[in-house]
Write a protein that binds this ligand. Structure first.
Ligand code: ADP
Length: 548
C-alpha cells in the first residue's frame, strides 16, 4: 500500500517562490563590479527577494525568447552578485541547466568545459569581458554572450551576438508561470577542478539540490534562519557557493554578496555595514581577514559564526575566531561530487560538560554527517574499518545528493558497491565525527605506515611565526617517503629551521617528526583556494633531503 500524500516534485523555483511570498521584503545586497571606485568596483545594489523573483521570471522569459530549451546548458562567468542569483533561478527554473564556470581556471580548461558542456549562452560579469573576447573564437556551441550590466556599462569587445542583460530584462514582463517537471531533471553543472586529467562534471538535479538545501539549513549544519544575514565568500562558481543561494531562500536569510573583492578590508567593511551574522569560505580567505583585523585592531559587531571548509581549518584559526573575536567556527567538509556538504563539526550535549581542550578536539575534526549522507571508511583490502577514531582508511559516502555518475559518463562508473570513494583518507569516531587526515594522493607513506600531512600542517601554523604551511612527502631510500614542511613566515616574524622542527617534538609521534623545513615567500594555490601540492612538488622536484 502506498501513502496517500501529494506527490509534488521538489523544484528549485519553489525556493524563490517561497522566499518571495514569505520573506518578500528581506534584502539581497550586492557589491557590484560597476562604479563608483576607480577600479570599477564598489557600488552597492540593494533589493528584495520579491524583486529578485520578479526579475528571475523576466529573465526566464528572455531565455525562452533566445531559444533556450529544456536541459540546454547556460554558462556563467561571474562573481557573487544579484544578477548571478537571478540567473541561478531563471535558468534552472526554466528547466535548463546552469553551468557555473570558475574563472580562475586556466583558459584552456575553461574552453574544454564550455565545449564539453555544449554551452549555448554565456553570461559574464564585466571583469571577465577581456577573457570572453579571448576565448569566444574557441567556444564552438555558444550562440550568444550576455554582459551582466546595463547599456551604459556595455563592454566594447568583439564577440558574436553580444547582448545586454538589463536590455534583455527590459524587453520582458513578469507574467510567467514556472513550469513543472520531473524533480530528477538536471539543474546545475559544476566541474571538478581537474588537478589531474580533464575536469569532470557533477550534474545536480532539482531534487538533490532541494534536499541538500534543507539539510544544510539545519541547526547542527549551517544553522540558517530568518534572523540571519549571510555573506557567502565562497564563490557562486564554486559548487554553488556551497548551496547558500538555495538554503538562504529556503530560510528567508538576508543575503550579502561581496562581488570581486575578498581582501580583509573589503570583507570587514561589508560585514559591519550590513550586520552580517554568518559567513562561509575557505581558510585562506579567513587568514587574510584575521590578519587585517589584528593589524587594525578591529572587532565584529554582529558576526556570530563562520563556516570554514574546502580544506582543513587549522585549529589555531578556530581558536582565534572563538577566543579573540567571539565568533563560532563551523568546520565543514564536502566536495563537488557531494553538492557539496557532507559533515559539519558541531558539539553534542555531552561535549558541553567537557573542558575547553576536549571541545576543541571535537571542533578540529571535520564533523558529523548531516542527515542524508552516510559514511564509512575502508582499508586497502576494501573491508570496512572500525569507527573507533583511530583506524584510518578511504572515506566512502552515499546519499541523495552524492554523485552517481559524471556528466556524459566520463571516467566510467565512479561507485564501488554503491558507495562513492571520496579520495580522502579519514577516521570516524564512535560519535560519528569524521576527521580527514589527508587526500589519498597527499598522504605520506613512511615505513609502511601513513603520516597525516594535515596534522603536521596544523602544528606548523600553530607556531606564532608561521602564516601558512604545506607538508609533503619526499622520496627516502629507506623509509619510502619522509615528511618535510614548506612554510611561509608571517610578515616581520622570525623562526629558524631548527626552531620550527623542535616545535613538533612532543606534539606528534617521533616517527612523524618532519625531516626538514623549507621557507618560501608564498605557496601555490589551486583555482578554489587550496594548497596545490601538485605544483609544490613540481617546484621542489630538485629538492634533496638533508643527509641523516
Ligand atoms: P576542488 O576544490 O578540487 O574543485 P572540491 O571543492 O570538491 O574540489 O574539493 C573537495 C576536497 O577538498 C575534499 O575531497 C577534501 O580533500 C578537501 N576538503 C574539503 N573540506 C575539507 C576540510 N574541512 N578538511 C580537509 N579537507 C577538506
Amino acid at each position: 500500500m502506498q501513502g496517500l500524500m501529494m506527490d509534488m516534485p521538489l523544484l528549485i523555483t519553489d525556493l524563490i517562490r517561497h522566499a518571495d511570498r514569505h520573506h518578500g521584503s528581506v534584502e539581497i545586497v550586492s557589491k557590484t563590479v560597476e562604479g563608483p571606485n576607480p577600479d570599477g568596483s564598489g557600488a552597492i545594489h540593494r533589493y528584495t527577494y520579491r524583486e529578485a523573483h520578479t526579475r528571475a521570471r523576466r529573465l526566464a522569459k528572455a531565455l525562452k525568447a533566445l531559444g533556450i530549451g529544456m536541459s540546454e546548458r547556460v554558462a556563467t562567468l561571474a562573481w557573487n552578485g544579484f544578477r548571478h542569483f537571478e540567473i541561478y533561478y531563471a535558468v534552472a527554473g526554466s528547466g535548463a541547466v546552469i553551468h557555473t564556470i570558475n574563472p580562475r581556471l586556466f583558459p584552456d580548461q575553461i574552453v574544454y568545459m564550455a565545449n564539453h558542456a555544449e554551452d549555448k549562452l554565456v553570461f559574464f560579469d564585466l571583469t571577465f569581458a577581456p577573457l570572453i573576447e579571448k576565448l569566444a573564437p574557441q567556444l564552438k556551441t555558444v550562440k550568444g554572450y550576455v554582459a551582466m550590466t546595463d547599456r551604459a556599462h556595455m563592454p566594447k569587445i568583439g564577440v558574436p551576438n553580444l547582448l545586454c542583460y538589463e536590455e534583455l530584462l527590459a524587453a520582458q514582463d513578469d507574467a510567467f508561470d514556472w513550469p513543472s517537471f520531473d524533480e530528477r531533471t538536471a539543474a546545475c553543472l559544476c566541474y571538478t577542478s581537474g588537478t589531474t586529467g580533464n575536469p569532470k562534471g557533477a550534474l545536480y538535479a532539482h531534487r538533490s539540490t532541494i534536499l541538500h538545501a534543507y539539510a544544510a539549513a539545519l541547526p547542527d549544519a549551517l544553522n540558517l534562519s530568518a534572523r540571519d544575514v549571510m555573506l557567502p565568500v565562497v564563490p557562486m562558481f564554486h559548487v554553488n557557493a556551497w548551496g547558500l543561494p538555495y538554503s538562504c531562500a529556503l530560510t528567508g536569510t538576508k543575503l550579502v554578496f561581496p562581488g570581486q573583492h575578498f581582501d580583509g578590508k573589503s570583507l570587514h567593511e561589508l560585514f559591519e555595514a550590513e550586520g552580517v551574522t554568518l559567513s562561509a569560505g575557505v581558510p585562506t580567505v579567513w587568514l587574510g581577514l584575521l590578519n587585517y583585523m589584528k593589524e587594525q585592531k578591529l572587532r565584529f559587531s554582529a558576526l556570530r559564526a563562520v563556516v570554514i571548509g574546502g580544506s582543513a581549518c587549522p585549529p589555531a584559526m578556530i581558536r582565534s575566531f572563538q577566543e579573540e573575536y567571539g565568533v563560532q567556527v563551523l568546520h565543514a567538509w564536502g566536495m563537488t561530487e557531494m553538492s557539496p556538504l557532507g559533515t559539519v563539526s558541531t558539539l553534542k550535549a555531552k561535549h558541553l560538560k567537557m573542558d575547553k581542550e576536549a571541545r576543541y578536539a571535537v571542533q578540529n575534526k571535520q564533523g558529523r554527517v548531516i542527515f542524508g549522507v552516510d559514511t564509512k571508511i575502508v582499508g586497502q583490502d576494501g573491508r570496512e574499518l572500525p569507527r573507533d577514531g583511530k583506524a584510518f582508511g578511504d572515506l566512502h559516502v552515499r546519499g541523495p545528493w552524492v554523485i552517481e555518475s559524471y556528466y556524459k559518463g566520463e571516467g566510467g562508473d565512479p561507485l564501488k558497491d554503491g558507495w562513492f570513494p571520496t579520495g580522502d583518507v579519514a577516521t570516524i569516531d564512535p560519535d560519528g565525527y569524521v576527521q580527514i587526515t589527508d587526500r589519498s594522493k597527499d598522504v605520506i607513506k613512511s615505513g609502511g605506515e601513513w603520516i597525516s600531512s594535515i596534522d603536521l600542517e596544523n602544528i606548523a601554523v600553530a607556531h606564532p611565526a608561521i602564516a601558512e604551511a604545506a607538508v609533503i612527502g619526499v622520496k627516502h631510500p629507506k623509509w619510502d617517503e619522509r615528511p618535510i614542511v614548506v612554510a611561509v613566515k608571517k610578515a616581520g616574524q622570525e623562526v629558524t629551521r631548527d626552531e620550527l622542527l623542535k616545535y613538533f617534538e612532543g606534539r606528534v609521534a617521533k616517527w612523524w617528526l618532519p625531516d626538514d623545513v623549507v621557507f618560501v615567500k608564498e605557496l601555490p594555490h589551486t583555482a578554489t583556494g587550496k594548497l596545490s601540492k601538485l605544483n609544490l612538488r613540481q617546484q621542489l622536484k630538485d629538492y634533496k633531503l638533508p643527509a641523516a
